[in-house]
Design a protein around this ligand. Structure first.
Ligand SMILES: Cc1cc2nc3c(=O)[nH]c(=O)nc-3n(C[C@H](O)[C@H](O)[C@H](O)COP(=O)(O)OP(=O)(O)OC[C@H]3O[C@@H](n4cnc5c(N)ncnc54)[C@H](O)[C@@H]3O)c2cc1C
Length: 432
């Protein structure tokens, strides 16, 4: 029995780990995880990598080492196509930085295939965005962002010695959790850099514009929680621009539908998600308008019992007609559910169960300044507001739960200990 999981993110890596421990260890099945990268970094940490509050080199997990420890195989490569008749997936040739082939095109057989490819930022076809704005879809992008940020701050510090009015402008499109959290993280980095030799920087030199097309930021959160986050950002000096739709991006500026120009040294696009266009209707599997694979309640593809989709790339409709949101908690729950359904499918003596999304709430972390959110979304319609230290602990615990799924409780405890030690022996920011 060959089980192939494509995408080793929040959902796929947890699933491969659990299947490896259960089936791979006893050689009851061969579990293969495919990812285009060598290392895994939990995606909700990317804005912290971009701002420098997290060093991806410390937190990234090697797929190969993890596969070895958890009895599955790892193949590096990017999914090219799926042949559902032959039951194979094809991986594109792997090229090095100079474009020289490292590995040729490869074909893997599967009996059960799980698509867990995540999503990318949706630019909604807005002209100029791909060429001129930063996205936070992958660690390499976050690291490029961080390198530019450091260079820009060095330049600003140098300019501030000669010029009184020198400022650094960042324009972020998308008032969802990513845009909001990134705004606060950048403010934190800017103020902290003073301690690391950039004495010329003053908080008022940082001008962040957070641009949202809708009437308020954090539309997925209840209004009063979004209001609290809005207030906090305003206090940090962030210019929150609601009801402002960006129509074009150019080098160093966004142009709004009303013709307003938003100039910035750094343009960031964080508005909405989609699955990359080349996966639309791949292998005859049905997709929706943002290219997510349509799945039944069992999380099997709508027209194939042996293909599952989980996480951001799956379009799963709940009984009330709502779509399961693209979040880390959904990917985590779907991974657990598909793990159980695959065991049932292999055993063949039990019916597959329907997935039910449980909304544990949503939290937004504004760097060291504050954390706000709602808990138990399903039970309280998201109205149970929490903030402060408890909210921060809950926010961090989402990542800890991911670590527990990967490493177990004991090793997660060791990770927490090593994080505490790192706080003492490493600088607060990544400075290179
Ligand atoms: C900055 C940021 C902050 C966020 N904060 C939160 C938060 O606080 N709470 C929350 O619940 N959610 C948050 N999210 C959303 C959350 O990260 C996603 O919903 C979650 O990671 C989805 O998990 P996934 O397994 O579907 O995909 P991912 O975790 O994105 O994993 C997809 C994997 O597929 C691999 N892959 C992609 N394409 C290919 C290919 N062609 N071939 C091979 N491999 C491929 C990728 O390398 C990646 O490893 C945040 C997202 C971002 C960007």
């Amino acid at each position: 029995m060959d089980i192939v999981i494509v995408g080793g993110g929040a959902g796929g890596l947890e699933l491969a780990t659990r299947l490896g421990r259960k089936l791979g260890r006893r050689k009851r099945a061969t579990i293969t995880l495919v990812d285009r990268n060598n290392t895994h970094l939990w995606k909700p940490l990317l804005h912290e990598v971009a701002s420098g509050s997290l060093d991806s080199g410390v937190d990234a997990l090697s797929y190969r080492a993890h596969a070895y420890n958890h009895h599955f195989r790892f193949k590096i490569g990017s999914l090219n196509s799926v042949d559902r008749t032959a039951k194979t997936v094809t991986l594109a040739p792997l090229l090095d930085e100079d474009g020289i082939e490292v590995l040729p095109r490869r074909t893997l057989h599967y009996d059960i295939l799980v698509l867990a490819l995540g999503s990318v930022t949706n630019d909604f076809g807005t002209p100029g965005v791909r060429e001129n704005a930063f996205f936070l879809d992958a660690p390499a992008q976050a690291e490029r962002f961080h390198a530019k940020l450091l260079n820009d701050l060095l330049r600003l510090n140098r300019r501030a010695e000669d010029e009184d009015g020198a400022v650094y402008r960042v324009a972020i499109v998308g008032g969802g959790a990513t845009g909001v959290e990134l705004s606060a993280e950048l403010h934190n980095t800017f103020t902290a850099m003073k301690a690391y030799g950039l004495e010329g920087l003053r908080p008022e030199q940082l001008q962040i514009s957070l641009v949202e097309a809708g009437p308020r930021i954090l539309p997925a959160l209840p209004e009063r929680i979004a209001g609290a986050a809005h207030q906090e950002l305003v206090q940090l000096g962030v210019n929150v621009m609601t009801n402002t739709a960006v129509a074009e991006a150019h080098h160093g500026r966004f142009l709004t539908r009303e013709g307003e120009v938003i100039e910035a040294d750094m343009l960031v696009w964080a508005a909405g998600v989609k699955v990359p266009d080349h996966f639309a209707n791949m292998a005859g599997l049905e997709t929706n308008r943002i290219n997510q694979w349509l799945v039944r309640a069992t999380l099997q593809a709508s027209e194939d019992d042996f293909v599952y989709a989980i996480g951001d790339c799956a379009a799963c409709t709940m009984p009330d007609g709502q779509r399961v949101p693209p979040r880390a908690q959904s990917a985590h729950q779907m991974a657990t559910h598909v793990y159980r359904n695959i065991l049932r499918q292999i055993a063949g003596d039990e019916e597959l169960q329907d997935y039910r999304y449980v909304d544990h709430g949503s939290l937004v972390n504004l760097a060291r300044y504050s954390t706000v959110g709602s808990l138990m979304g399903n039970l309280t319609s998201g109205s149970m507001k929490i903030e402060g230290r408890i909210a921060r602990v809950m926010y961090v615990s989402l990542y800890r739960m991911h670590q527990v799924a990967l490493h177990g409780w004991f090793r997660t405890g060791l990770c927490m200990l090593s994080d505490s030690i790192n706080k003492v022996i490493r600088p607060r920011l990544k400075l290179h």
